[in-house]
Design a protein around this ligand. Structure first.
Ligand code: NAD
Length: 484
């Protein structure tokens, strides 16, 4: 793949064991800014998953990866990070062409993916068990071993394909697992490129296998008896299929799902920071972000000022084809996604919300939708309850933050929550009472050292931090009788 000319090989191949695999079936990869097909990807199903799982299992049994010393594995993951950095421009361009997001977000994906491999390279030498001589001291000695869970299935969405792949592959490798990775149909190219860099860095063939395809391949991974764990990022609807399929062999599951995150601006907030930050959390990647702050709650005393400020920010968002570096917002990923956003926005209007800005697809090629601001929303409206996954924000005034809390938490989701306040007590109370896996106060940012995951229907388990590594490990207890 060539970043300068943005040309892609004829058919993007899967990577199974030593082989580059193409199939009779293919799937188009489109540029969402034009709707045109820019590449053709191989399309795999149950047969390719079977081959990939067999290759992964063979690599796991041979210990070709997990049997290496911590230092060897760590150096290889660090090398992956270096290679991502060295190819960052190409990765950013691949993501930009297939996802349509702006250059800054696509460049961030590459640097974040590299950071993820560096973070997990450091973990490898810190994975170890503990000892105990509590029962019959001197005569009995017990210890634990941390062992890789086995072959893992890693299924990712299209809205940040490169980062999502890194967030799963890096800890899986750090733990010593072998993997079958399946990126989303819409954005497979960056994961395929990452697969090539893993090989170049020294990850042995068969340890990370990449199957391209959609629901059929995903379902085959979720149902496979030799896959011991699935880490999935995507929609709740798909997660329910995965849970059902995973029951067949009681797979371990990590599920990173959708959100409807509250974004609260208190009366004492630093508005010069809070307003632009709000707009960026709401409209990053055209609102196609699981952590989008899509429900905006503003203290009544500053409500009009904030709404005016958000309107101004929206009015200044330059929309278009993101090859232009000054463009801030690109298209939605697909025709289907645009139809879904349109339907939900129309439901908001029909249910009586006031459209302050935007509200419709843009009349141009590609899948663009105008950044949209609703006011006069009520908690029961669909726009307030369902994840829209588009550039749509619903704003409501409030009088008392404690009294608001039940409404904030009245959602099936619980991924992220944002608050802006200078009052430390209020910030702590908000953090303690809001039902969300991540709480960001005054623009705080989490990193790989702390876990990321969802409460309620936003997910099961966490990625990143110790929790992330633990989810790829089993604990084995060994007891030695020392007497006699
Ligand atoms: P999706 O559920 O449609 O697809 C996700 C992945 O699952 C894709 O690779 C898809 O091919 C695969 N898949 C589809 N059907 C399957 C099946 N039956 N069995 C197994 N795999 C199957 O989601 P999407 O539209 O790609 O992504 C958007 C969703 O992802 C949103 O809900 C968003 O909030 C969520 N998301 C969550 C996080 C998070 O970390 N919590 C991050 C990004 C996106």
């Amino acid at each position: 793949m060539d970043a300068q000319t943005s040309t892609f090989p004829e058919t993007i191949a899967m990577r199974i064991g030593e082989d580059q695999v193409v199939t009779d079936r293919t799937s188009p990869v489109r540029d969402p800014a034009t709707g045109e097909t820019i590449a053709t990807a191989a399309y795999g199903g149950a047969e390719e998953v079977e081959r990939a799982v067999a290759a992964a299992r063979a690599s796991f049994d041979s210990r070709v990866w997990r049997g290496r010393t911590a230092d060897e594995k760590s150096r290889i993951l660090w090398r992956v990070a270096e290679l991502i950095d060295a190819n960052a421009a190409e990765f950013a361009e691949i993501e930009r062409r297939t996802l349509g997001a702006n250059r800054m977000f696509c460049a961030y994906q590459a640097s974040n993916a590299a950071e993820c491999f560096r973070y997990h390279a450091g973990w490898i030498s810190k994975i170890h068990g503990r000892t105990s001589d509590v029962a019959n001291p001197g005569a009995n000695f017990a210890f634990t071993r941390r062992e890789p869970v086995g072959v893992v299935g890693l299924i990712t969405p299209w809205n940040f394909g490169l980062m999502a792949a890194a967030w799963k592959i890096a800890p899986a490798l750090a733990a010593g697992c072998s993997a079958v990775v399946k990126p989303a149909l819409e954005t497979p190219l960056s994961t395929v490129r990452l697969g090539a860099l893993l090989a170049e860095a020294g990850v042995p063939a068969g340890v990370v296998n990449i199957v391209l395809g959609g629901a059929e391949a995903g379902a085959a991974i979720a149902g496979h008896r030799l896959v011991r764990k699935v880490s999935f990022t995507g929609s709740g609807a798909t997660a329910k299929h995965i849970i059902a399929a995973a029951a067949s062999n009681l797979k371990r599951l990590t599920l990173e799902l959708g959100g409807k995150s509250p974004y609260v601006i208190c009366e004492d907030a630093d508005l010069a920071r809070a307003i632009p930050a709000a707009a960026s959390v709401m409209f990053v990647n055209s609102g196609q972000a699981c952590v989008a702050g899509s429900r905006l709650f503003v203290h009544r005393s500053i409500y009009d000022r904030v709404i005016e400020g958000i309107e101004q920010v929206i009015a200044n968002i330059k929309i278009g084809e993101t090859s232009d570096p000054s463009v801030m917002m690109g298209p939605l990923i697909s025709q289907a996604q645009r139809a879904r956003v349109t339907e939900l926005v129309d439901s908001g209007v029909a249910e009586g919300a006031r459209l302050v800005f935007g509200g419709a697809p843009l009349d141009r090629p590609g899948f663009f939708f105008a950044p949209t601001l609703f006011t006069d929303v009520t908690p029961s409206m669909r726009v307030m309850r369902e994840e829209i996954f588009g550039p749509v924000v619903c704003a409501t005034p409030y009088d008392d933050l404690d009294a608001l809390m039940p409404e904030l938490n009245d959602t099936e989701y619980g991924l992220a929550a944002y608050v802006w306040t200078r009052d430390l007590t209020r910030a702590h109370r908000f953090a303690a009472n809001v039902e969300a896996g991540t709480v960001l106060v005054n623009g705080g940012r989490a990193d790989f050292s702390v876990p990321f995951g969802g409460f309620k229907q936003s997910g099961w388990g966490q990625e990143h931090g110790q929790e992330g590594i633990d989810s790829y490990l089993e604990t084995k207890t060994v007891a030695l009788g020392l007497a006699g």
